[in-house]
Ligand binder design. Structure first.
Ligand code: KIV
Ligand code: ZN
Length: 519
């Protein structure tokens, strides 16, 4: 890759479009951490949130703006003057702020605010000019662009450019387009819209038909110079374009896609793990670039080929994405310095107090498990306590199992600092445990997902459990890992309930309270 190549701007929207995904809510501290990692990795623009959406979003965008180093910090705003003002109030603290304003231009989206084409054109002119009066860097998006009549799309894009937009983003909001069409749309816009050569066109694809990466790259080949994407492809429904996929595609196939990005790809694996952990969305095993199996070679033929020459079956090196190939496991004799060094290798930097806490849990794990692998440590980090958000804490769990049911769980749960106990039976140990939790923490949330994965091989492997709960349309995900599957399940359930409490507080809406009671 040479610096004479065209630069493709990487616009990451993990904290906005990604976080919008049901169940992917992140805490304030987690958002700041992810923004720091994105900035460090070389992301050009971070879309940090939607400041008008909530007080929490506003505060997160402001803090991220204040802490930004190299990245442009962008906030989203609807085509309303109040939204744009609020967005500016949040992003203005950044060394390089951007306002991103949008309106749905397709027939279906125009029907929502019930605006005629002419009325919408006036709104676009007013709002983009207003944004440009506040900020030099303004992005405008015609939402659902790929289903907007081409003539009207050209008209609105021209108005936005004239009103001062510096970037025009073309969203495939519903993941409907296909590569050839995605490219043609950009080519046609560049050809037909006056002033198009002086601004940057961006592509923003959703993955409903599994074509987001291909559609984004096709748009770049046609002249788009900004890709909007998220880590792990996080996002509503089937998600957004995955950052790691487009960046690695342009790096590995630079012979046919001769573009340059500023991304340090060796940081991809770490940020992928952090996003999966904080959003509570595990990465599918066979996910391109960052999946657990992306560099694993199981079959005999593959292993033989790999030993002779890695290039036989590998088009990129694990090190290129931040996977260290020669990782030695830790054990119960490993000290704090070895743990710190290993965590740093995995991209996790901890303060002394945090390290102390993780070390205690590492020792407990090493006592139960002979070898502690990288994946075990990643899972262990998922269990980190967040005292501010942990109103519920399991202090003891004993489960009796036998061939003749029912199973029985004796649970001690600390609720806001006071210990409560419950004994419940159920159809299996996990059911009994969940019943005991429910007996102490009455709630309406429905269990949407219960998923167990073994972190490594062997009967002493840790189990990672994911629990997803839904209450009044609000979805939260909890995760935990333990060598005991039932303990991991209980902690994951409680983690999800803690998050539900935080979300209720944040929303400030009238919600049925969790009624704590002793069973
Ligand atoms: O998908 C979409 O259309 C969006 C816009 C707000 C840019 O996310
Ligand atoms: Zn989107």
């Amino acid at each position: 890759m040479t610096s004479s190549q065209d630069k493709v701007v990487i616009f990451d929207t993990t904290l906005r479009d990604g976080e919008q995904s049901p169940g992917a809510t992140m805490t304030h501290a987690e958002k700041l951490e992810i923004a720091g990692l994105l900035d460090e990795m070389g992301v050009d623009i971070i879309e940090a949130g939607f400041p008008i959406a909530s007080e929490g979003d506003f505060n997160a965008v402001s803090e991220i703006a204040k802490n930004s180093v190299n990245s442009v910090i962008c906030g989203l705003a609807r085509a309303q003057l109040g939204d744009i003002d609020r967005c500016w109030e949040a992003v203005k603290h950044a060394a390089q702020p951007r306002i991103h304003t949008f309106i749905g231009t397709s027939p279906l989206h125009r029907a929502i605010p019930n605006l005629t084409k002419d009325e919408m054109a006036v709104r676009i002119e007013e709002t983009v000019s207003h944004a440009r009066n506040l900020c030099d860097n303004v992005q405008w998006s015609p939402m659902d662009a790929t289903r907007t009549e081409f003539d009207y799309l050209c008209r609105t894009v021209e108005i936005a450019i004239k009103a001062g937009a510096t970037t025009i983003n073309i969203p495939d909001t519903v993941g409907y387009t296909a590569p050839r069409e995605s490219a043609q749309l950009i080519r046609d816009l560049l050809e037909h819209v006056p002033g198009a050569d002086n601004i940057i066109f961006a592509t923003h694809c959703h993955n409903d038909l599994g074509m987001a990466t291909a559609n984004s790259l096709a748009a770049v080949e046609a002249g788009a110079r900004q890709i909007e994407c998220t880590i792990n492809g996080l996002g509503e429904r089937a998600g957004n374009t995955a950052l790691e996929e487009v960046v690695m595609a342009m790096k590995v196939r630079n012979d046919i896609m001769p573009y340059q990005t500023g991304i340090d790809t060796t940081k991809l694996m770490n940020i992928s793990r952090r996003v999966a952990t904080v959003a509570g969305f595990p990465v599918q095993f066979n996910k391109a670039i960052v999946g657990k199996n992306a560099f694993a070679h199981e079959s005999g033929i593959h292993q033989d080929g790999m030993l002779k020459n890695a290039e036989t079956f590998e088009i990129m090196r694990p090190e290129d994405v931040g996977l260290s190939g020669t990782s030695l496991p830790l054990g119960k004799h490993s000290g704090r310095a070895a743990l710190r060094a290993k965590l740093e290798e995995l991209g996790v930097e901890l303060g002394d107090n945090q390290l102390k806490d993780v070390f205690v849990r590492f020792k407990a794990l090493a006592d139960r498990k002979k070898e502690v692998f990288d994946d075990d440590l990643v899972a262990l980090m998922r269990n980190s306590d967040d005292p501010e958000n942990d109103r519920l804490k399991i202090t003891s769990l004993r489960v009796q199992c036998g061939t003749e049911g029912p199973q029985q769980a004796d649970l001690k749960l600390e609720i806001d600092g006071t210990e409560h106990t419950a004994t419940e039976t159920g159809d299996g140990p996990v059911d009994a445990t969940f019943n005991a939790i429910k007996a102490l923490v009455e709630h309406e949330a429905k269990l949407q997902l219960y998923q167990v994965h073994a972190v490594t091989e062997g009967t002493d492997a840790q189990a990672t459990v994911t629990v997803r709960l839904e209450e009044d349309g609000r979805i939260v995900t909890g995760e935990s890992a333990d060598t005991d599957t039932v303990v991991a399940s209980a902690k994951a359930y409680v983690h999800a309930l803690n998050r539900l409490l935080v979300r209720r507080e944040k929303s400030g809406k009238d919600m049925p309270e969790i009624n704590y009671k002793d069973a």
